[in-house]
Ligand binder design. Structure first.
Ligand SMILES: C[S@@+](CC[C@H](N)C(=O)[O-])C[C@H]1O[C@@H](n2cnc3c(N)ncnc32)[C@H](O)[C@@H]1O
Length: 270
């Protein structure tokens, strides 16, 4: 809350925003999210390539650092076993992969894949700062066509990435394919808080404030931070996504809403 207040009074985009008559606190539908979001690979890759240098900072600022907690909670729930291989796909700059690496004491093979070179390059820089002996391999790969053999990983994860993959079904089926029988497939993704008044406040922040701050910081042409709320609105959450995971061949699918339902962790077993 303290960070939020400082941002509100200090950042020029927020001052402009506060002055804007377009912003209506209770009207959370003013951003039109009904038009289908363009998730073509080239567009998504270019968009993340443009925001890569700002991605980590923006993540922590816009989520008030709660994104770190979500990844920590994900690792805690999945309880990786040291020595067992892990794949984090759509890894971006590698934060979840690095969290796995730390949790397994550097004893597991961690593969971090993404189709955006610029995001992986930031991950490589972060990797160099890790204690020597800890191993993580960044690989450029499309989530819909993973270059790994079937039944390979004990954990296959994706954090805030599946929503961006052109075909959710293809992304899930690839995750399931490369997981070993008995292995865990985990999806951490934004979801939609249900109860008022939090829903209204969060809706206003997510649909009106966040895109403007994001755009102002990132200064990219692809409207990445308008894409964010639009893509979340259109992505299945809760039971709807759990059904897709079961359809992809997973069993014991459970989901765990976090932080009033802003994000949800879904876990299934192959
Ligand atoms: C919102 S970022 C999430 C990054 C990271 N997992 C995190 O938790 O911060 C989404 C990532 O998914 C990647 N991505 C989207 N579609 C992809 C695809 N089809 N194949 C591989 N990566 C993809 C993007 O390049 C981007 O790095």
């Amino acid at each position: 809350m303290a960070i939020s207040f400082r941002l509100r009074v200090s950042h020029p985009s927020l001052i402009r925003l506060a002055a804007s008559r377009k912003v209506n606190f209770m009207n959370t539908t003013m951003v039109d999210n009904r038009a289908a979001v363009d998730k073509s690979g080239d567009k998504v890759r270019r968009m993340f390539g443009e925001i890569a240098p700002y991605y980590d900072r923006m993540n922590h600022v816009l989520s008030l650092n709660i994104d770190r907690y979500w990844r920590w909670k994900t690792v805690k729930r999945l309880a990786p076993v040291a020595g067992e291989p892990i794949l984090d796909m759509c890894t971006g700059t590698g934060d979840l992969a690095i969290a796995f690496l730390k949790a397994t004491g550097g004893k597991s093979e961690i593969i971090a894949s993404d189709f955006c070179r610029e995001m992986l390059d930031i991950g490589e820089i972060k990797k160099k700062k890790l204690t020597s002996g800890e191993q993580i391999t960044f690989i450029e790969a499309d989530a819909q066509n993973l270059p790994f053999e079937t039944d390979r990983f004990s954990i296959v994860s994706v954090a805030f990435g599946l929503r961006n993959v052109a075909s959710t079904e293809k992304g899930l089926s690839e995750m399931v394919r490369v997981a070993r029988p008995g292995g865990q497939v985990a999806v951490l993704e934004f979801s939609k808080p249900e109860w008022q008044p939090f829903k209204a406040i969060y809706g206003w922040y997510f649909h009106s404030v966040l895109p403007r701050i994001g755009q102002s910081f990132a200064k990219n042409d692809s409207s990445a931070y308008s894409y964010l709320p639009a893509s979340v609105s259109q992505f299945p959450s809760g039971e709807e996504l759990a059904v897709k995971m079961r359809d992809a061949g997973l069993k014991d699918v459970k989901y765990y809403p976090m932080t009033f339902g802003i994000a949800t962790l879904y876990v299934g077993v192959k």
